[in-house]
Ligand binder design. Structure first.
Ligand code: THU
Length: 130
């Protein structure tokens, strides 16, 4: 699965974004170690704080069917806006795959960064000796 193909899946998922309040439409696609892809879009709510980001929906779809190891996540918002996962999503992604690669698109240019770069010293109970 190339970065471009994964971005295409994120773009397709963005079509389902439910964002009547912010009108900020986001799509995400996450690739598992076993080669499967799960997609997500943001889902807003009249009670704004209940909104869930596209990245977490994609991740939770995978986790909820038994996936625990993820290789890369592509996320796409409005294409003329520099965009990268929010802090909450970075932490949630870190729980499962600290070595995740994050793929974004800006002005037709594919950007790739590591989750560890985006979330230095992320919190993880599973890596602490308690
Ligand atoms: N949003 C995402 O889906 N992912 C992010 O990483 C940041 C924000 C959504 C939430 C809300 O529906 C809209 O974008 C504006 O914040």
């Amino acid at each position: 699965m190339t970065d471009k193909e994964l971005l295409e899946k994120a773009k397709k998922a963005r079509e389902y974004a439910y964002a009547p309040y912010s009108k900020f439409f986001v799509g995400a696609a996450i690739l598992t170690k076993s080669g499967k892809v799960y997609t997500g879009c943001n889902v807003e709510n009249s009670s704004y704080g209940l909104t869930v980001c596209a990245e977490r929906i994609a991740l939770f779809k995978g986790v909820s069917v038994g996936e625990k190891e993820f290789l890369k996540l592509a996320v796409i918002g409005p294409e003329n806006v520099p965009f990268s996962p929010c802090g909450a999503c970075r932490q949630v992604l870190f729980e499962f795959s600290p070595d995740l690669t994050i793929i974004t698109l800006y002005n037709n240019e594919i950007r790739s960064s590591s989750l560890k770069e985006l979330l230095p010293e992320g919190f993880s109970l599973t890596h602490l000796r308690l």
